[in-house]
Design a protein around this ligand. Structure first.
Ligand code: SF4
Ligand code: SF4
Length: 323
């Protein structure tokens, strides 16, 4: 086998090995096709593994990586919301647990605080951050894909700083409201209203601000999960660095929709707080001055490792598209 097919083939194989236990071990079928017809789970595993191999092959090429990242992210979001719609209006078997969970990312934080117990979604989120750092906000989140697609229709405006105080305030607010609702014993109706209000505000921010500025304002400023990711991503060893060969031309800033490449960030030779390691800036830099880093390995190896890890986790998240 040619060398360039080796890693994609290996990625597909790992995806198969990780998904097979879902077919055998779970009490209730975890894979959607298995819920639809007997043996369908195997078909789903094969399809996702093939897609993972193709995705890995293309994402390993910097010139194709951006398109494939955005395409696969949008695909996940479409599968997620299609499954939700079918679960609501056609048959509950499309909802993994048979119950509806409000699809608002902030509830990954607020939900467990309100209920006083961890949810499966929170555990998936924490594991994803541990293994792949901020990739949650550039590859796995059903809501962020919408912000990315809407912001992507316009050339990004100049970086406007991280609006740190605002970001932090929204995170604190999400935590405070959840705890207040819990302590006050407010009924589920109030919690539901707060969740819906958060989701609707987020959609308005996407449509009114992200679309106009060509930046993912929903994800980089409003979403409490995005802010949490900005801080906790450092438990993962992958990093993005700007080399000293950088000539500060700022071509990379013009493709970063996460507002992580301000002139100050470039001068400091490291992307800002909101960087999600999406990799879009790599292809934009004509001097190859932006590189992935992982302790003890060369930058190119670090990039391949990061892409492989994110493609594998993406495939698991796609397989479960949990609602
Ligand atoms: S910032 Fe929030 S909405 Fe955006 S990708 Fe991250 S979790 Fe999803
Ligand atoms: S700095 Fe580069 S890797 Fe980080 S978010 Fe911006 S485009 Fe993506």
């Amino acid at each position: 086998m040619q060398k360039r097919y080796l890693l994609p083939a290996l990625t597909g194989l790992i995806v198969v090995l990780l998904l097979l236990p879902l077919q055998f071990a779970a009490e209730r079928p975890m894979l959607l096709l298995e819920r639809l017809f007997r043996g369908g789970g195997y078909l789903q595993i094969a399809g996702i593994a093939i897609f993972a191999s193709v995705m890995e092959y293309n994402m390993l090429m910097p010139s194709r990586s951006g398109w494939w990242r955005r395409f696969s992210w949008s695909l996940f979001s479409a599968v997620f919301f299609l499954q939700l719609t079918l679960g609501l209006f056609a048959d509950k078997l499309f909802l993994m647990t048979g119950e509806l969970h409000l699809p608002v990312p902030a509830l990954i934080i607020s939900g467990p605080l309100y209920r006083g117990e961890l949810s499966v979604m929170t555990l998936i989120f924490l594991s994803a951050v541990l293994l792949s750092g901020p990739a949650w906000c550039s590859q796995y989140c059903y809501f962020g894909a919408i912000d990315s697609a809407v912001a992507g229709k316009k050339a990004p405006s100049r970086p406007a700083g991280h609006r740190l105080a605002l970001k932090n305030s929204f995170l604190i607010l999400a935590i405070a409201v959840a705890l207040l609702l819990r302590i006050s014993g407010a009924g589920q109706g109030f919690a539901l209203a707060a969740g819906i209000g958060t989701g609707v505000t987020g959609i308005l921010i996407i449509l009114l601000i992200s679309r106009r500025r060509g930046k993912m304002i929903h994800c980089t400023v409003w979403c409490p999960v995005g802010t949490l990711v900005s801080y906790v991503k450092h438990i993962n060893p992958f990093r993005m660095r700007i080399e000293s060969t950088c000539i500060s031309c700022q071509l990379c800033s013009s493709v970063c929709r996460y507002d992580a490449l301000s002139p100050d960030d470039i001068a400091r030779l490291r992307p800002g707080l909101t960087c999600t390691l999406c990799g879009d800036c790599l292809a934009a830099c004509r001097h190859n001055s932006i590189t992935y880093r992982f302790p003890g390995v060369k930058p190119d190896t670090a990039r391949k490792m990061y892409i492989t890890v994110t493609v594998i986790i993406y495939s698991l998240v796609l397989a479960m598209a949990r609602i």
